[in-house]
Design a protein around this ligand. Sequence first.
Ligand code: HEC
Length: 267
Amino acid sequence: MKNGFLVFLVSLVVLGGSWCGFVLAPVLQLGGQKQTTILNSSDLYPVGRPGMANQGLQVYRANGCAACHTEQVQQDGVACDVVLTSAGKTPLAVTNAISSLKLTGLDKGTADAAVDKINAAGGKAEIHITATGPDISRGWGLRHSVAEDFLYDDPVQLGSVRIGPDLADVGTRRPDANWQLLHLYAPQSVVNGSAMPPFRYLFRVQKIGGEPSPDALNLPKAFTPPAGYEVVPTAQAEELAAYLLSLQADVPLHDAPFTQPLAVSKP
Ligand code: HEC
């Protein structure tokens, strides 16, 4: 072939270029990712999933949950609210300053300027940050997902299809392991008309011998097994429920700040 060497050279540059773009660049960018600290605190984030939850990640993967669920909350931006914390010794001047200002739904620059004006009038104010966007308003999380959220996950289960809700923060939203088990065994027993398929093979239907098992599911009437039988979760179901409870992306970070609402603030 006359141009053999040229073809080889062009292929090398093209393939090498895409390897650098798709493999090398992400590794350089995120490969050395470390724990970070929670905003305004010295606590480290994240702190690995407990053993059972870690095994649950493998059950999640093996059952293809990521075919219908994502674990990545997205965010369009932030809205800042200016909150007066003290009117100081010149309340009239502070009231006058406030009356000419817009205090909610601001961008960071305008909010900073409003705080400066209130401070200049002798009062004290602080900025409360709320993340905004369709995922946030659906209640799927308080902030967008960041690389640290997945630091200890192998493999990461980002998912790309949303037939069901995003699960990045489902442990905060549904913190009850029994609810999770009932939902896995019979989604419609806890969510009316649920379109999620049941995962019955993660449970055993067994004859009650003497005392009923303390782990037996407390199912609503329409879903109970025949008289004399009970439904108990297998180890895999317990692990999966532990994993779902461990999905909590509810702390503010430097690259994803928000002001914690009092109801979910951690001690
Ligand atoms: C065929 C698609 C599909 C698959 C596969 C699927 N789900 Fe779902 N899932 C849904 C739908 C639809 C909903 C919403 C209705 C509901 O809450 O039951 C849902 C809801 C959920 C919820 C409740 C979320 C909330 O915000 O209340 C959890 C938890 C959940 N799924 C976990 C799982 C797990 C774990 C697996 C794998 C074992 C799985 N799902 C597999 C479709 C699916």
